[in-house]
Design a protein. Sequence first.
Length: 152
Amino acid sequence: MHFSALLAAGAATLAAAAPAAQQGTTTSTQPGPGAFEVSRFHYVCAIGEPQYCRWSFDLAVSGSTPNHPALPGPYYCEGSSNNTFFTPCSSVSQTQELLAYIPDDNVLQLQYTALNYNNGVTYAYFGEYQTQPNNPYQATNFTVAESAVKEY
């Protein structure tokens, strides 16, 4: 078999193995129109129990567009190392939701979801911020830029 045929066969195999995008969704890595405003951030792990950590903070969302209403908040978020995915923060509204999660790599994951009634599309905005538990130098107030947008 010639190299070009091997290359084409390999590319076809990789394309077939790649996960397909969910129908009706669009993902963008362009920055969102706003930012997450984190305040009173606390992240601690139990002494002698590094696998058990708790976190909490207040959250607001700045920047306002028709698909991204600002949420001045604050809305309370909390969770622990027992969480394996996003945890809802305090209730916002029937059309908006804030979620947070800190996996084992200590990267705070934030999500703001808003439904636009005019076009029936739900927009999810994401942000990430590197944190460190039990660190006296960990910022308690910080801004996290929206780094991706997904439409449902």
